[in-house]
Design a binder for this molecule. Structure first.
Ligand code: NG6
Ligand code: CA
Length: 520
């Protein structure tokens, strides 16, 4: 072999070695970047904008949530889609405004309101290889209208895309007060079948409205039907005695179920919808959280909820999957103090401001109804930052589809915009418009304006609860750039804007959807 030939062979060998090395080098990071991230949504119930310390609370300390806010994206103009639970959950999971399906607060025996043919976040993620679970409050109905709680409980979460569910079926204050795991009530005994009614009493047990002396704390008439665990509830149930939950155990049981799901799925992409009971009524924190604040059970429930967040985040870190896990922390509607129980939430509030700088609260058309703490946390991927981009939970569907490179079919998630760059803190370009659904009207946000249309309807029960609904018989217009507290109605000064926004609202209301190219 002459010298030249040898040299050529050596050079070729060197080049091919280098090539191989370089493909090895590039294939390694490629592999990690294409690995689909786990997604956890912490969905807190009735948590107001001002209820956590990273959003200004001083009378309650939430170190675990603060850690997410300080090291992630802290959003200041992010909204649940409605000021009550069922519609917000419906919108979050389906990417469709709940009013298109007239979804309102459901009784505990309501049938499932998500059409099983509809795309949902879990069904969309499942298509792309995720294992999916919901743990905690459901409140989107179960069964098809002929449900027998003693048989298979379906359709429900499993039929709309979740691989696993462990549920508080409706709310903590509504019967049935039992857990549902997948298609069964946990701990139900065959010789003690469960019956549920929202019509009237179905057994001879003492009722809260007749025997307030049996209650741990007083409740209004709506929360004074059957007595479970010493607390009056909405609705009646009979049987299922061994299956009854103990409210104080919610944080431990729900956190444990979530941890088991994460542990099992640590090696494949998973989606966990951790849907809290806290800080909804009845507020019965575990004794170890009692007295953690000066604010009584409502404040203590915030501390308890923060502890649960910490438990899950610590587990994710301990498993070494934190850098491949997107965590979203938010709430289903604004704050409420007295929501039916005399639990000292009003009396012990002190200087705490559950709504932060905003007006209104749960049920309300004012900002505090839907503007809620919202954090996106993903170490190494999302840089610590505050964002004032306008964002809605209805956008999570398309944004998460984009994140996981999953196609959104034309008819799916009709109101959900791709705001992934906002969610990852890469852009401040949020929504141009936002609908805020209250119990009586839909309001519209655009530019600096907030428009609340006139209504003849009233919500007198809100006055009893001391919540400002923001409902008036004349139009309301607020300039949020100057008046974040919605104090000065400027509708008379800007009739053109009122007219324009009213017309826009009607278009959105009657359209099939608002996503680009969909029905508009
Ligand atoms: C209301 C209940 C309230 C709460 C709410 C649902 C009355 C008077 N009030 O109807 O206590 O349960 O429904 O809250 O019954 S939510 O967060 O699930 O929307
Ligand atoms: Ca709620």
């Amino acid at each position: 072999m002459n010298y030249h030939k040898l040299l050529t062979i050596l050079v070729l060998l060197a080049v091919s070695c280098q090539k191989q090395q370089s493909t090895e080098n590039t294939s390694q990071p490629e592999k990690t970047t294409t690995k689909k991230p786990n997604i956890i949504i912490f969905y807190v119930d009735d948590l107001g904008y001002g209820d956590v310390s990273s959003y200004g609370a001083t009378l309650v300390n939430t170190p675990n949530i603060d850690k997410l806010a300080d090291n992630g994206l802290k959003m200041t103009d992010a909204h649940c889609s409605a000021a009550t639970c069922t519609p917000s959950r419906y919108s979050l999971l389906t990417g469709s405004y709940a009013f298109r399906n007239k979804a309102a607060i459901l009784p505990g025996d309501a049938p499932l309101i998500i059409d099983t043919t509809m795309a949902t976040i879990p069904s969309m993620l499942k298509k792309t290889g995720y294992n999916t679970a919901v743990v905690g409050k459901w409140h989107l109905g179960l069964g098809d209208g002929t449900l027998n709680w003693n048989n298979e409980i379906k359709p429900g979460p499993i039929e709309v895309g979740f691989d696993y569910c462990f549920l508080i079926p409706a709310t903590g204050d509504r019967v049935p007060c039992v857990y549902v795991e997948n298609h069964q009530i946990v701990g139900l005994e065959a010789n003690d079948p469960l019956t549920v009614s929202y019509e009237g009493p179905i057994d001879d047990e003492p009722k809260a409205f007749e025997h307030p002396e049996l209650l741990r704390y007083a409740s209004d008439r709506q929360h004074s039907d059957d007595i479970i665990n010493g607390v009056g509830r909405i609705g009646y149930m009979s049987g299922g005695n061994k299956a009854l939950w103990v409210d104080e155990e919610f944080p431990d049981i729900l956190t444990q179920k979530s941890k088991e799901f994460i542990q099992k799925n640590k090696d494949n992409p998973f989606f966990l919808f951790y849907s809290f009971h806290d800080i909804h009524v009845p507020r019965l924190p575990h004794p170890r959280f009692e007295g953690k604040t000066e604010m009584g059970p409502r404040g203590d429930a915030i501390v308890q909820m923060d502890w649960c967040v910490g438990e899950i985040v610590n587990q994710v870190e301990a498993l070494g999957i934190a850098e491949n896990t997107l965590i979203i922390f938010t709430s289903d509607n604004g704050p409420v103090l007295n929501d039916g129980y005399e639990d000292l939430a009003v009396e012990k509030l002190g200087k705490h401001s559950p709504a932060g700088p905003f007006r209104g609260g749960k049920y309300s058309a004012f900002e505090a109804g839907t503007r809620v703490p919202t954090i996106a946390y993903w170490p190494g991927k999302i840089q610590p930052k505050e964002s004032s981009a306008l964002f809605s939970q209805v956008d999570l569907f398309t944004s998460l589809a984009k994140l996981t490179q999953t196609a959104v079919e034309n008819n799916d998630a009709p109101d959900s915009f791709n705001l992934l760059p906002v969610l990852l803190g890469e852009s401040e370009k949020g929504r141009e418009m936002l609908i805020e659904e209250s119990v009586l009207v839909l309001s519209l946000r655009k530019d600096q304006w907030k428009y609340i249309p006139p209504t003849e309807k009233e919500a007198p029960w809100m006055i009893d609860k001391g919540i400002e609904g923001g409902f008036q018989t004349t139009p309301q217009l607020y300039d949020l750039s100057k008046d974040i507290g919605e104090q000065e109605n400027v509708a008379d000064q800007f009739p053109e804007i009122v007219k324009e926004m009213d017309a826009q609202l009607k278009i959105i209301e009657t359209a099939k959807g608002t996503r680009q190219g969909f029905g508009l």
